[in-house]
Design a protein around this ligand. Structure first.
Ligand SMILES: C[C@H](N)C(=O)N[C@@H](CCC(=O)O)C(=O)O
Ligand SMILES: [Mg+2]
Length: 361
């Protein structure tokens, strides 16, 4: 199976409600999709979101990285030479992690197809089903309570609460949501770098003293503030999850060595795909640190790749794979089934996606 063609297209899928974090507000998933074709007519799919505020990637940079660097480096290579392809993919251009992720997942899709197995089985194959949380955007207290109750009524048992925009109100937000949803719903708090280290300790301790249980607090401080992450982690009982601070396996090693977080959020768009994400899984497993699998504003192609990785690797104990649930439409056929909080893995070969409307099939 030789790679003969790499094509790109754009998808634009409106969101159910605007997605609001401490970093940005977005109304739609506006991503680049990738299709790789082999000489025997097989196709593999990938997707890259332009999350400029986190990865630095834009539509333009994703397209030119693929067209000018990645395609010339890997077209003509055999899919079975997975390691060789990954070397070229990661060696042909620095950074550009979202473009690399889109191509990496399409290659893994084809590799699993060449083995006749669903991708998650190639990646370890532990689970046929995983559970995701649902994100509650940062808004006024009442709106967040209404959104949280709606999510619970839809069957979600884990909520990811966005905060960090006006830190003074964050205790109020989390307290009101806990009161409304009761003690059995897990709350994950994501400040998206919005707090200072001292502010984070004060907020988390106040919530702990109120008896408000939190599954974790994600990226309380600036991505590059490892000292701040370390300070917060050492000062509170609630587990701290590193998100924007960990892109690469080297970042994961640093976070673990410096005890700057208790957990790592792996996202394919930060690692540049499954190949590098597997390295973080192995590092974390060696040190007994659990991981979460996350996503950017991605639709079903990219989130399916992440779900396959999570279903394959036991060290990934938490999933924030709500991209498809945030979308108003699903312009794809096949792949894992996203049924509210439940993600049921496909049993047909590869990622299972057979049709992507953006390519006009
Ligand atoms: C969509 C997911 N639940 C999420 O919150 N992801 C990111 C932010 C993604 C974005 O801005 O596109 C996160 O910070 O965890
Ligand atoms: Mg996050």
């Amino acid at each position: 199976m030789k790679i003969v063609k790499i094509e790109t297209a754009k998808v634009n899928i409106p969101l159910v409600t605007p997605f609001k974090t401490a970093l940005r507000t977005v109304d739609s998933v506006n991503d680049i999709v990738v299709r790789i074709t082999t000489d025997d007519g097989q196709t593999g799919f990938g997707e890259a979101p332009p999350t400029a505020v986190i990865t630095g990637d834009t539509h333009g940079s994703i397209l030119s990285a693929i067209e000018e660097f990645i395609a010339p480096a890997i077209v003509g290579m055999e899919i079975e030479n997975l390691d060789g392809i990954m070397k070229k993919l990661h060696g042909c251009i620095l950074k550009n992690s979202s473009a690399k992720a889109a191509v990496d997942m399409a290659v893994y899709d084809l590799f699993a197809k060449s083995c006749g197995k669903p991708l998650y089985k190639i990646l370890g194959g532990g689970r046929g089903e995983i559970e995701t949380d649902l994100t509650i955007s940062v808004n006024g207290v009442e709106e967040m309570v209404v959104d949280s109750l709606k999510a619970v009524s839809q069957g979600f048992r884990i909520l990811k609460i966005k905060v960090g925009k006006e830190s003074k109100k964050d205790v109020e937000r989390i307290q009101a949501i806990r009161q409304a949803v009761g003690p059995d719903i897990k709350l994950r708090i994501d400040a998206n770098q919005g707090w200072s280290a001292k502010e984070a300790v004060k907020i988390i301790r106040t919530l702990e003293e109120m008896g408000i249980g939190m599954d974790l607090v994600e990226q309380p401080v600036n991505a590059h503030d490892f000292e701040g992450m370390k300070f917060v982690t050492s000062q509170v009982y609630t587990p701290i999850l590193a998100d924007e601070s960990v892109f690469s396996p080297e970042d994961a090693i640093r976070i673990i060595r410096e005890r700057a977080a208790d957990l790592i959020n792996i996202k394919l768009m930060k690692t540049g795909g499954i190949h590098e994400a597997l390295k973080i899984c192995a590092i974390a497993e060696s040190f007994g640190m659990e991981c979460m699998i996350g996503c950017m504003l991605e639709s079903k192609i990219a989130v399916s790749a992440a779900a396959h990785l999570a279903a394959g690797r036991g060290i990934i104990t938490r999933a924030d794979l709500d991209g498809p649930s945030l979308c108003r439409e699903d312009p794809y056929i096949g792949g894992p089934v996203f049924d509210g909080p439940k993600i049921v893995m496909n049993e047909d070969p590869g990622m299972g996606i057979s049709r992507v409307a953006a390519f006009g099939d």
